[in-house]
Write a protein that binds this ligand. Structure first.
Ligand code: ADP
Ligand code: MG
Length: 269
């Protein structure tokens, strides 16, 4: 194994972009479901107080007594926070609005940046044999997101194919550099994925050209098209792979999953 921080075979990927509404949660849910379709075991950590990933996977508000908040701040064991979803081999640690106070509570904690890192490295984790853990981050570069970047092996950035898409990316890259310098020297960039791509729209194509010119290889070949089935799926508590397996959106997320998995098979010698 080339990455010494990977003590068991689990790859931890933080899905990050400090802008809201760019497709972080949608990508987390559907990439996870597509990885499962490729035979992997996947855990989602909902790290956004809005809890959209939890809702989108059908975790009822009443079933969210033990959440990411308790995992990070109350040292609760993984067994008590990990929940099954309706998809076999897809699990989630849900979140509620309680997590919004975590950012401030973390400030007072000496290990504030390392709490999620340590929580995910409980010895219990080995027993679960997850292939991937995807962390759905809040729309901010706050301490929660820093916790995700410290806990993760890599960062995956959804980039909305819209005006001003690349704006804010330099701030994100600076934060990644800071995390590397202070807490997680091996943090990599998994890749940038264009979301809500509309081939008929010149703007989408311009964003793609700019992204590929400026960011090069780290931009995934797969683009996620704007597709109504993708936006409908969460209200049925399903991934788009379950909701409409033949839709353009489901096909795109399967293609993204294959790209990510293939990339990791190449690097993990
Ligand atoms: P974030 O987590 O970054 O805030 P979301 O994943 O919640 O973003 O997406 C924002 C909105 O865009 C949601 O309403 C979602 O349903 C919609 N959306 C995301 N991706 C697509 C897509 N490929 N096609 C159509 N709608 C999408
Ligand atoms: Mg979200």
């Amino acid at each position: 194994m080339s990455d010494p921080t990977r003590s068991n075979g689990t790859k931890i990927v933080a899905v990050v972009n400090q802008k809201g509404g760019v497709g972080k949660t949608t990508t987390t849910i559907n990439l996870a479901a597509a990885m499962v379709a490729e035979g992997r075991r996947v855990l989602i950590i909902d790290l956004d107080p809005q809890g959209n990933a939890s809702t989108g996977l059908g975790i009822d508000a009443t079933a969210r007594e033990l959440t990411t908040y308790e995992l990070i701040l109350d040292d609760v064991a993984l067994d008590d926070v990990i929940q099954k979803t309706s998809t076999d081999n897809l699990f989630i640690v849900p979140a509620t609005v309680d997590l919004s106070s975590a950012d401030i509570e973390l400030m007072a904690n000496e290990k504030r940046s390392f709490l999620l890192h340590d929580a995910l490295r409980q010895p219990l984790m080995d027993g679960y044999q997850f292939d991937y853990i995807l962390i759905d981050c809040p729309p901010s570069l706050n301490l929660l997101t820093v916790n995700a970047m410290v806990a993760a092996h890599s960062v995956l950035v959804p980039l909305q194919s819209e005006f001003f898409a690349l704006e804010g990316l330099s701030q994100l890259m600076l934060t990644i550099r800071e995390v590397r310098q202070t807490a997680n020297p091996d943090l990599r960039i998994e890749g940038v994925v264009l979301t809500m791509f509309d081939a008929r729209n010149n703007l989408s194509q311009q964003v793609e050209t700019d992204a590929r010119d400026n960011l090069g290889d780290i931009v995934f070949d797969t683009k996620i098209p704007r597709n109504v089935r993708v936006s409908e799926a969460p209200s049925f508590a399903q991934s788009v792979l379950e909701y409409d397996p033949t839709s353009k959106g489901a096909q795109a997320y399967r293609s993204l999953a294959r790209e990510v998995i293939e990339k990791n098979q190449k690097t993990a010698v």
